[in-house]
Design a binder for this molecule. Sequence first.
Ligand code: ADP
Ligand code: ASP
Ligand code: MG
Length: 815
Amino acid sequence: MNVLKFGGTSVANPENIQKTLSVVSKTAENSKLLVVVSAFGGVTDLLLNAADLAGKRDDSYRTIFQEIETRHINAVKELIPVANQSAVLSAVKTRLNRLETLFEGAFMLSELSPKTADLIAGHGELLSSFIIAETAKINGLNAAFKDSRELVITSNAYGKASVDFKETAKRVSNFVATNKAQVNILPGFVASTLDGNTTTLGRGGSDYTAAILASLVNATELQIWTDVSGMYTANPRVVKQAFPIAHISYREAMELSHFGAKVIYPPTIQPVLEKGIPIWIKNTFSPDDIGTLVTDKPNGKNRPVKGISHIENIALITLEGSGMIGIPGVSKRFLEVFYQKNTNVIMITQASSEQSICVGVDQADADAIEIAINEAFELEIMRKHIEPVQVEKDLAILALVGDRMKSHQGLSGKMFSSLGKNNVNIRAIAQGASEKNISAVIAKTDVKKGLNILHEEFFEDRLKQLNLFITGVGNVGGKLLEQIKQQQSYLNEKLRLNIRVIALSNSRTMVFDEKGLDLDNWEQLLANGEKADPEAFLKRTTELNIRNSIFVDNTATEFISRKYSDYLRNSIGVVTCNKIACADDYENYEDLQRLSRKYGGSFLYETNVGAGLPIIDTLNNLVASGDEVHKIQAVLSGSLNFVFNNFDENSSFHDVVKQAQEEGYTEPDPKIDLSGVDVARKILILARESGYQLELSDIENESFLPEESLNTKDNDSFFASLKTHASSFNDLLANAKKNNCRLKYVAQFEEGKASVGLQQIPEGHPFYNLEGSDNIVLFYTNRYSQQPLIIKGAGAGADVTASGIFADIIRIGKN
Ligand code: ADP
Ligand code: ASP
Ligand code: MG
């Protein structure tokens, strides 16, 4: 004999019921069956909700009752042919009438006792099982209805009665001995006391009904048919990458369900475990999927961590005080209160100092428990030996589960460090003595992020997801998006990185998509986005609270750079080509570095100097490996280089600058380049990265621009002034020519001092042949003292800058 159980979704409507019956009829070919069914999906909630309203004398229960009535009547009409309908309809209506009378009774009395609540709640299963049994007969199955209340006998603890196995066994064996039908269809969840009052087995309890029957009939298998293809590595509704676990042990399944994997009701395992009956978890809507097998000793690929589960709405109850140390019995008395109050203890932790003990419970139980504990320890609290109990709410538990965890070291370290890196604060930790689970209490708001972090860490074979929030989609940003799109499959395959763009903003609009924006269509999506607002962008990004989030700044705007600290404080990485932050007051620069270290979000800005050239990274590696920088000589302005390389007797200075701007070689405001400010910022950043505490004002900057050009207020007047002063630029050029030199804008740092300015560079000098927009940097260090370490290459342009930003993003991914 086999026992099959079908859950609420599997029998939610006539279409699903037919799917259920097709599974049943296939299985019935080979074996006699007991088929346990839940109420139509959602009906138990409706019943309890209506009962609650009626008990509070709120007549809106009637609307809910009507909904329940219509669903069942309609199901009969759809499932049973007209010729056979009347008998079934009248039986269903009789039951519905009784139900209505119960509601009316509760309404009249303004009272809902647990006993009445159970009787009402059980109607969902009583109705569904009857209708399904009648349909099965119509479909030609050799089927019968059997009321579980005649078989499953319980205590009178209404709401969550405990089973009298001895009496139940007797009745089940009598039933099996006399039963003729190939398929018996029974309601789950409901049971009865010895004197015939209806009880229930707790929410989700139909699984348990099936397990009890399976155990008592010594079933070959217990099959739990539900709406997912097995027990997953994490709740598939929260973790998209979760996958079904092929084979799992009873213990593991029990731990996972205890910690929230609702796919099996926790007490379900015990009765079948004792008999060694295998459980299959299967999907009614995809019956060919393999599903999950639960047995004593799983075989096959056996990871140390089998699954991750979570429970929301947890409250932590903490008892603390010096009076607890060394005094036996305090913990016992504390825990007894939970027992007396019939409160389920989900986890317990006790500090080894014995100064505190901390228990996780369902938040709904917290207030009552708080009062009860304060009463129980009234004396100690009065004498100040123990503090009044502390209650923290809105928490959740994440639990890693696996039989083989105990033989693997470092799992908890990995768990806590990966959560910590993503700013998920851990409030309490518990590890079962059997080391089959490690659980952590975190804020409820961090649940989704926490689960995904752990899933990535333990199950995704190092496929790491990076989530980008990009501001600035002009020249550089546009190229970056192009490069990301193009490299996606390469990064996936070779570096196991999955890069998703969650948000985009320009100065006009912004758009968010938690699942990742379609990069084939980003322009359109952005154009149709909401009004841009950097503050709102920050808020949304932090509220989404996604793991491995990176804020990417492709602008040159100061107010965007002012937000970095907020991102870093939320452990969100920052990648930027915007130099303003790093060239700001030293204190701010240092503060950003500190926030990055403290909260674990990377802060990378390789493109602040030399676009995509690996200058800052190289410098960081030199310094980190113990080298010391004495001197830096560099041509760092791709824009100025472009300008002076193209400026000759046949061109005008104005036109060359215009061309540089148009080709994307300058900052949006070209004066920032031409005045030398941009170069000064770069050498400042290199000096700071070399370990020197310099300010921008410490950098000598003798500008070659005439006063009037320097004082212009906008781009138009700046360009006009370049025309007015054409002769001064022509003179600079003629002078250099006369000395057989070329003009280069040079940045220099030596012995703690830095300067920038236009210089005449003679032939033979490493700077002389610098072409186009190339940059060059010479580092003189302890190790490179005679011959400098030279880095040279294209130092400006949207493409190389974008690739530098991309490289920073990948660097974070590989971290
Ligand atoms: P039924 O009504 O069939 O008893 P439930 O809703 O009680 O179904 O349980 C199935 C649901 O359990 C799934 O739809 C899923 O949302 C949830 N669930 C939570 N954790 C897990 C997990 N680890 N694996 C599979 N499902 C899970
Ligand atoms: N119908 C009951 C509930 O919703 C029992 C079950 O479906 O397992 O809790
Ligand atoms: Mg269930």
